[in-house]
Design a protein around this ligand. Structure first.
Ligand code: PLP
Length: 469
């Protein structure tokens, strides 16, 4: 750290401050975790200097022997961990993994047959006229994915994301009566839309999905089933989601991040059936910039960690905690969507119980040393910026070692804070969507209770970051 500080004290101080913040705030962000120091150290070394375009043993650069070892090891471990036919460990993020997956499916299912029909295997040799036919065919393909307000991700065809330009996007929503996905409704929509891709997976949905059934439905209309398991990959690796709830045996292509429930470095991952492997492997340079060898090294570390029996226990405890937290929130009188959870997250409607926006609830809880995020709820009248909800996740606090009794304390503090937040009135007499008042005695009490909880479960106790200069 002194080396960092000698170049930039500002950056060194920010790193130390981040550790301090992470030790003094309760992390309930569903998409975050605390990766191991082994994984963190694997990302911080000279591997960052190496270029390695291509894929293991097929490089456009010289001197990639060690990167080949790292990438092959990470891919082989990913296959072992998830029981996958093929793994591609280069995507720099979940968004990149989704783009590579989309492109691979388009190449395999649209471009390849078209090239065959044009009698030319190599697109670079096509006439401009024929190439325009390929481009046109690419842009007319349909994607059917979960809508943003029902918990889908931006990269699943949201209008402000490139995925909406890449496809003619249709969305399915949760059933307004249950806030859950109804597979019979989805079946009817699939038959109507007949998409190239049925995309399953979510950022904010508290229930498990039956992927065996989804594959059956996709097969009925000849669609490719793609599953984005970014959020719940750790629950798949840890054998919480097994049988029909494990996407890997059923989906043609599975994408993921490696840093959420999976608890590895920030990055992406693709698993697929052999039929798509050739296209997926060409992610760099077809879509991605040069791979990050240091991050692939850390992915290999994280996959090894996830193969240990302790990880299975960890994954089960994540869900035990989120279910305990959901129950405790219900006991406190909070509105928990779907009345519970099957996974690592729960959604709370703060508008209904407290008359607050998600934004006010998020800020007030942050004042009291909670880090959690506001979230749109299905059919949210407050839109994606202010929102009506909170998304709460247990992966990070479970890593710290917290258990069901702590969940009851957390629910109690959340209730204490939210029931004392009073929205300000704007100059036009309306209730503010952002500003609020909170009695300082309440926030002091809440902060003290959060600190007492965190004191029982120190983060990285072996880590002592001191700046000597
Ligand atoms: N897919 C899903 C379902 C996600 O929730 C996220 C991130 O939150 C992503 C993809 C994108 O991941 P990244 O931020 O690594 O690009």
């Amino acid at each position: 750290l002194d080396q960092v500080s000698s170049v930039s004290p500002t950056i060194a101080r920010a790193i130390v401050q981040e550790l301090d913040d992470q030790r003094s705030y309760l992390k309930l962000i569903a998409s975050e975790n605390y990766s191991s120091l082994a994984s963190q150290l694997a990302t911080g070394n000279l591997l960052t200097d190496k270029y390695a375009e291509g894929y293991a043993n097929h490089r456009f650069y010289a001197g990639c022997d060690n990167v080949d070892t790292i990438e092959s090891e990470a891919a082989q471990l990913a296959c072992e961990l998830f029981g996958a036919d093929h793994a591609y460990v280069q995507p720099h993020s979940g968004a990149d993994a989704n783009l590579v997956a989309f492109l691979s499916i388009l190449l395999a299912k649209v471009e390849k047959p078209l090239l065959t029909s044009l009698g030319q295997e190599d697109p670079s040799k096509l006439s401009r006229e024929d190439w325009n036919k390929v481009r046109e065919a690419f842009h007319n393909q349909r994607l059917l994915s979960l809508d943003y307000y029902s918990g889908g991700h931006l990269t699943h065809g949201y209008r402000h994301n490139i995925s909406s330009q890449l496809f003619d996007v249709y969305t399915y929503s949760v059933d307004p009566a249950t806030n859950q996905i109804d597979l019979e409704q989805l079946r009817a929509q699939l038959h109507e839309v007949r998409p190239l891709i049925l995309l399953a997976g979510y950022s904010a949905y508290p229930r498990k999905l039956n992927f065996a059934k989804m594959r059956e439905l996709a097969d009925e209309v000849g669609a490719v089933l793609m599953v984005d398991m970014a959020h719940f990959a750790g629950l798949v690796a840890g054998k919480v989601f097994t049988g029909e709830y494990d996407p890997v045996p059923y989906a043609h292509v599975v994408t993921s991040t490696t840093h959420k429930t999976l608890r590895g470095p920030r990055g992406g991952l693709i698993l697929c059936k052999q039929e798509f492997a050739e296209w997926v492997n060409k992610g760099c340079p077809s879509m991605l910039g040069g791979p990050l060898p240091h991050v692939m090294a850390a992915k290999a570390i994280a996959f090894r960690e996830a193969l240990r029996p302790e990880f299975k226990e960890y994954a089960h405890r994540i869900v035990e905690n989120s279910q305990a937290l959901a129950q405790a929130c219900l006991d406190e009188g909070l509105v928990v969507l779907t009345n519970g959870t099957d996974n690592h997250l729960l959604l709370i409607n703060v508008a209904k119980t407290f008359g607050l926006t998600g934004r006010q609830a998020e800020s007030a809880l942050h004042d009291c040393h909670f880090t959690l995020n506001r979230n749109s709820l299905p059919f949210d009248a407050n839109g994606p910026w202010y929102t009506s909800g909170l998304r709460i996740g247990t992966p990070a606090i479970t890593t710290l070692g917290m258990g069901p009794a702590d969940m009851r304390e957390i629910a109690s503090i959340i209730k204490l804070v939210l029931s004392h937040v009073v929205p300000n009135t704007t100059s036009s007499g309306k209730k503010s969507l952002t500003k609020y008042a909170l009695d300082p005695e309440i926030s002091t009490e809440a902060r003290q209770r959060v600190q007492a909880l965190l004191a029982k479960y120190p983060l990285y106790p072996e880590l002592n970051l001191n700046l000597t200069q």
